[in-house]
Write a protein that binds this ligand. Structure first.
Ligand code: TZP
Ligand code: MG
Length: 207
């Protein structure tokens, strides 16, 4: 069974929002708060730094029964034995990734309806859809989708999908009303004073 059918809250390593904290503890707090997925997303780390952090997050997520996905790097995902890899529109196309990905799940970032359809046709196991709202977390992001387009994608997407971009506690309800079941949240949770508590609150609004 595709485990992304069941996931509700998709969380991340802290990236540039770490602010001097222990990166493993920030992930542990999100897991205690109910994260169903942790993605290693570190745009400023060297590959070697990502490897060492990834190995620690692999251990933690395996112990806790949480899915572990590596962003961008198919090689790292294989090396750390992640559960999956998440590919953007500029990363290795899924057609090339699938034959070497073994039993890993493959997720694809999509930013509009045609990208969503193409990722489904190419055999993605789940897609990310966004940015739904404006966000400061991803620089130079694609145009904002808005809730109407999100609702259109929701109504036609035959595989699990995760809404992303500018989503926090005060916008969860609007995403759920548009048909969203799973959300990916970075800054609203990672910048909270109480990461675990914020995570629990966000998760509580997802059915
Ligand atoms: N892809 C589209 S928007 C985004 C990514 C990785 C950033 C989401 O971060 P935040 O802080 O939850 O808006
Ligand atoms: Mg990428």
């Amino acid at each position: 069974m595709n485990p992304f059918e069941k996931i509700r809250l998709y969380c991340f390593t802290a990236g540039g929002l770490l602010k001097g904290r222990d990166p493993v503890e920030v992930v542990a707090a999100q897991i205690r708060g109910g994260a169903d997925v942790i993605q290693l997303r570190e745009k400023h780390m060297s590959k070697r730094e990502k490897l060492y952090l990834g190995l620690q997050i692999r251990d933690l997520t395996a112990r806790e029964g949480v899915l572990f996905i590596v962003n961008d790097d198919l090689d790292l995902a294989l090396i750390v034995k992640a559960d999956g890899v998440h590919l953007g529109q500029d990363d290795i196309p899924i057609e090339y990734a699938r034959p070497v990905a073994g039993d890993m799940w493959i997720g694809v970032s999509t930013h509009n309806k045609s990208q969503a359809r193409a990722a489904v046709a190419a055999g993605a196991d789940y897609i990310g859809v966004g940015p739904v709202f404006d966000t400061g977390t991803k620089k130079d992001h694609e145009p904002v989708l808005g809730l109407d387009t999100l609702a259109e994608i929701a109504s036609e997407c035959p595989i699990p999908w995760v809404a992303i971009g500018g989503i926090g506690l005060d916008r969860i309800e609007s995403v759920v009303s548009a048909g969203g079941r799973a959300v990916a949240v970075i800054s609203d949770i990672i910048l909270a004073d109480d990461v675990e508590g914020r995570c629990r609150e966000v998760k509580g609004r997802l059915k």
